[in-house]
Design a protein around this ligand. Structure first.
Ligand code: SAM
Length: 213
């Protein structure tokens, strides 16, 4: 039973990164229709918020893999002008839109249902955020995707990536995640790195494309 469950988890994890958008959407919709992600109803105090509030400059935020609207509604309301959340799951987005209405932020928060590997923004942003969503970009595409989204950063715009670098139960290093962090450190101008001493080693990276001298 244990082995069967591990196999299912492995296959689903693989499909969430490498599968066609339709399959990814189905998997995420199923999860957001159940209770698995209910803990996201309250993530106030998360270590990503001070960085987001610092770099948003009262401006525009694009959040790729936004989930059920926690960031859009927990972030300090005066820290930003506009927020666009993109997610592959309609179930997550319907929660995000409901919460946005309830919080009276419909004039600031907008949402789009799309696979972020193919999403095309229509304006530039002060912050492009991947909060707990970069896990689902295949390693070989991380640089390509960041380079593509770099074109939608304003002059002083930054990427913010929030990840767990270790398993939050066992503390075992997540090698695939640390490879992505290493790639960002190697290929981009990293302005701030925050790593918490919690078991999962919560990590926030703030970075921008390397400027040509
Ligand atoms: C772990 S949840 C994180 C949600 C939210 N950012 C947070 O940290 O509270 C990952 C989110 O990324 C979304 N996601 C995963 N792969 C995606 C893709 N290829 N395109 C768009 N969204 C994706 C999922 O639907 C889910 O909402």
């Amino acid at each position: 039973m244990y082995i069967a469950q591990r196999t299912v988890t492995f296959v689903q994890g693989f499909l969430k990164s490498y599968g066609p958008s339709k399959i990814k959407k189905r998997l995420w919709d199923k999860e957001f229709s159940g209770t698995k992600w209910n803990f996201m109803d309250n993530t106030a105090g998360d270590c990503v918020y001070p960085k987001l509030e610092k770099y948003a400059h009262d401006g525009d935020i694009l959040h790729l893999g936004c989930g059920p609207g926690n960031t859009a509604n927990e972030l300090a309301i005066h820290a930003y002008r506009s927020y666009i959340g993109v997610d592959i799951s309609e179930a997550a987005l319907s929660k995000a839109m409901k919460r946005t209405q309830e919080c009276g932020r419909a004039d600031k928060n907008g949402f789009a249902c799309s696979d972020f590997l193919g999403y095309m923004p229509t304006k530039d942003f002060d912050v492009i955020l991947f909060r707990e969503s970069m896990y689902h970009i295949p390693f070989g595409q991380v640089q390509v995707i960041l380079d593509r989204y770099s074109k939608f950063l304003k002059n002083d715009g930054v990427f913010i990536v929030r990840l767990y670098a270790a398993d939050h139960k066992t503390g075992e290093t997540k090698n695939r995640v640390t490879s992505k962090i290493d790639l960002i450190n190697r290929e981009f101008d990293v302005m701030e790195t925050y790593q918490h001493a919690d078991v999962g080693r919560s990590t926030v990276l703030v970075f921008r494309p390397r400027r040509k001298s």
